[in-house]
Design a binder for this molecule. Structure first.
Ligand code: ZN
Length: 345
């Protein structure tokens, strides 16, 4: 359960006497299809969150005019005291910019702001595409970005919640904003390509890992990613050194018949090392949020070349367990033979 004191929302949900779920908007806003404005007589004490069953209520706000600016809280919906949103509800991740929800273009991909103190410092903070308004809300300078519905995430687990609950098509078209960097979803979410072919076998071609290695070779600088680590295989001798190595990916042979592999590798460092190591202790699949660097080495023993994708985890929020094949519907209690299932994000 997620307790969210002070969470404000631009919309809520009302279950009408026939049991239908109706979207409720703030007074004076442009109504979306099927939505109604808040009406005290009908809706008081009967509103819930747009995404889960948490009870919410309307607050009239306390706006005053100061010069040309409106100051103080606008009218909004707020969580009831001591009421918790469901663990998988994504409303607490939606960034309230103090704007009317109808100002966003709901056909566009999401805009996802990374909001972790530590990661911010690792990237250029100049020329941010956003600024603070006098009422402390975030204001986006770029109109193409401003039209996208915003989320604010603090770690890898928040991404997993959005993947489970929100629109996959809009996630696939999402833009990640971190400092001055804007990253397209497919460059950001680097995962193994799970799909099932006729013979029930997983066929692995890994376009996102290949693309990332090419980008890092070309530009050199570290890139912010959400990377999948498959630690389902034993890790001989690796755990003690607090370095976890994911399944390696075969690239092919070069002109000299030397085999090349891509190897995602995670170092665990800092005062929270033990806490992070506990999360990674199970043989499982994980997602890790953070900057990635490329390091190419030849293994003297085998003569193979490894292109290591090195990440460092210092904050437990960077790491979450994530069973992506299950998310894609590839693992079912009863395996299906006829449907081809693919992870679409
Ligand atoms: Zn909720």
């Amino acid at each position: 359960m997620l307790f969210t004191a002070g969470l404000t929302m631009p919309e809520a949900r009302f279950i009408d006497p026939e049991g239908r779920s109706v979207r409720v908007q703030l007074p004076g806003t442009r109504l979306q299809a099927g939505a109604v404005h808040y009406d005290k007589d009908q809706h008081k004490d009967k509103l819930v969150c747009i995404c889960c069953e948490a009870p919410v209520h309307f607050r009239v706000g306390a706006q005053t005019i100061s010069g040309d600016n409106l100051r103080g809280p606008r009218p909004h919906f707020a969580s009831n005291r001591r009421a918790a949103h469901a663990a998988d509800c994504t409303v607490p991740l939606r960034l309230d910019e103090g704007r009317d929800p109808t100002e966003y273009d709901l056909t566009l991909g999401y805009r996802i702001h990374i909001n972790t103190g530590q990661l911010k410092e690792q990237f250029d903070v100049k020329a941010r595409p956003y600024a603070r308004r006098p009422d402390r809300k975030i204001m986006i300078n770029d109109p193409a970005l401003a039209a996208r519905e915003p989320f604010s995430v603090r770690g890898a687990a928040d991404f997993l919640r959005i993947m489970r609950k929100d629109n996959k098509e809009r996630l696939r078209k999402a833009v990640i904003v971190n400092g001055s960097a804007q990253i397209d979803w497919k460059d950001f979410f680097v995962r193994y390509a799970y799909h099932q072919e006729k013979q029930k076998q997983f066929v692995r071609s890994e376009p996102r890992f290949h693309h990332l290695v090419k980008q890092l070779e070309k530009f050199g600088s570290p890139q912010l990613v959400l990377m999948e680590f498959d630690l389902t295989k034993p890790q001989p001798g690796k755990r003690q050194t607090l370095c976890a190595q994911s399944s390696r990916i075969y690239i092919g042979q070069d002109d000299k018949k030397v085999s090349h592999f891509i190897v995602p590798r995670l170092y665990i460092e800092g005062p929270k090392q033990a806490e992070i190591a506990r999360i990674l202790a199970d043989k499982d699949r994980f997602m890790v949020l953070g900057p990635v660097r490329l390091r190419t080495e030849m293994d003297v023993a085998t003569g193979e070349v490894c292109h290591y994708l090195n990440m460092v985890a210092r904050d437990p929020a960077q790491v979450t367990k994530a069973d992506l094949p299950r998310l894609a519907g590839l693992v079912k209690d009863k395996p299906t033979k006829t449907r081809q299932l693919t992870l679409e994000i």
